[in-house]
Design a protein around this ligand. Structure first.
Ligand code: FES
Length: 323
C-alpha cells in the first residue's frame, strides 16, 4: 500500500536520516525531561528528550532549548518527531507551554499526513506529555496545583480493548474525545487501535461500543436506522490459490518504479543515488552511490528510507541489504 506524503514530510524525513545540521534525531544525555510512547512490538515507538535553560528561582519558567527523539517507525513517524522538536525549539516554550502543541499543529507543520498515518503525530504529542511529567517530577513542580492535568501510563491502565496494540479502555476513551473521533476508521488512523486483526471493532465493549457510549449514538442508530443489518457482511479473503501473485519480473518492476519515483529523487537532491544489484524473493540488494556511499547515515538511508519506502509501496515483507 502506498502513502502520499507531502513534500515537507519527505524532506524532513530525508534530512533527519542524513543527519543534516539542525535536525533532531538522537537522545540527550541526562535530559531534563524524558518521555516515551508506543512500543517496538506494536511497530511504532518514540523516546523524546529535552533540555531546559533553568530559571534560578522559578522552575515553571524553565525554557526548553533543545529537543531530540529516537523513533522506531515509518517515514511519517520520523517526520512528525522532527516537526515536534522544531516547533518546540523555534518557539522557546516552557515545558508547560509546550503542552499546548497538539497533533494538529504537527500535521499542519508537515503540510498534511495521510489519514492512516495521523497516529504518528499523536505519538509525538503523547511522548511530549510524558516528558513534561518527568521534568515536573525532577524539578518539583506540582502540575495539579497549577491546574495542569497529565495522563500518565499508570492512570490509563485498565481493561485492554485492542489486544494487538495493547491499548486500554481509559486511553481509547480519552483519545476519542480529545481527537473528536467518530468512526472506527478514524480511531485506527489516529491511535492504531483496531489496525491489525480487527476483532476489537465490533466485539462487546469494543471500539464501536466505546464510540456509541461516548457520542450517545446507540439509541439513535437503532431508532433512525432500524433497517440496517446489525452485522456487516464480511468479505471472505480469497484462498491463497486465487490470490494474484506478482511474477518475479513484475515484482522487480514494482521495486524499480518505487525507487525511481520515491527514493532516487531524494537521494539525488543530496548528490547521492542507489543502484539495485539483485533481488532474491523479498530481499533487495542495493548499493548506495555518490555522497550516500560513504555517509555516516548509510545504514539509516538503507533501512529507513529505501526499505521503508519499499515496504510502504510494494510489499511489507521486503528487506533491503546494502552491498
Ligand atoms: S485486537 Fe484490535 S486490532 Fe486486533
Amino acid at each position: 500500500m502506498g502513502w502520499e506524503y507531502s513534500e515537507k514530510t519527505k524532506q524532513l524525513f530525508l534530512d533527519a536520516v542524513h543527519g543534516k545540521p539542525g535536525t533532531h534525531l538522537g537522545e540527550i544525555e541526562d535530559p531534563d525531561g524524558l518521555g516515551e510512547h508506543g512500543s517496538v512490538a506494536c511497530g511504532d515507538a518514540i523516546r523524546f528528550t529535552f533540555r531546559v535553560r533553568r530559571h534560578p528561582d522559578d522552575p515553571t519558567k524553565d525554557v526548553i532549548t533543545t529537543a531530540r527523539y529516537l523513533t522506531f517507525g515509518c517515514t511519517s513517524a520520523i517526520a512528525a518527531s522532527e516537526a515536534l522538536c522544531t516547533i518546540i525549539e523555534q518557539t522557546e516554550r516552557t515545558p508547560i507551554e509546550a503542552l499546548k502543541i497538539t497533533n494538529n499543529d504537527i500535521v499542519q507543520f508537515l503540510e498534511g499526513l495521510p489519514r492512516q498515518k495521523v497516529h504518528c503525530s499523536v505519538m509525538g504529542a503523547e511522548a511530549l506529555e510524558a516528558a513534561v511529567f518527568n521534568w515536573a517530577q525532577k524539578r518539583g513542580v506540582d502540575l495539579a496545583r497549577l491546574g495542569v492535568t497529565l495522563h500518565t501510563a499508570d492512570q490509563e491502565e485498565g481493561r485492554i480493548v485492542c489486544k494487538c496494540f495493547s491499548l486500554s479502555e481509559p486511553y481509547i476513551r480519552r483519545k476519542i474525545k480529545e481527537l473528536n473521533l467518530h468512526t472506527v476508521a478514524e480511531i485506527t488512523g489516529a491511535i492504531k487501535a483496531g489496525g491489525a486483526c480487527a476483532s476489537c471493532h465490533h466485539a462487546p465493549g469494543g471500539l464501536q461500543d466505546l464510540l456509541d457510549e461516548t457520542w450517545g449514538n446507540r439509541d439513535l442508530k437503532l431508532k433512525v436506522l432500524p433497517e440496517l443489518p446489525l452485522v456487516e457482511p464480511v468479505q471472505a479473503a480469497a484462498p491463497p490459490s486465487e490470490r494474484v501473485v506478482d511474477s518475479p519480473y513484475q515484482f522487480s518492476k514494482k521495486i524499480e518504479a518505487a525507487i525511481n519515483e520515491h527514493v532516487r529523487p531524494m537521494l539525488q537532491c543530496d548528490g547521492g543515488d542507489v543502484e539495485i544489484i539483485d533481488i532474491k524473493d523479498t530481499v533487495v540488494y542495493c548499493r548506495l552511490q555518490g555522497v550516500c556511499k560513504g555517509c555516516a547515515s548509510a545504514q539509516q538511508t538503507l533501512r529507513m528510507l529505501i526499505e521503508q519506502t519499499l515496504k510502504d509501496r510494494v510489499d511489507e515483507r521486503i528487506r533491503v541489504i546494502g552491498v
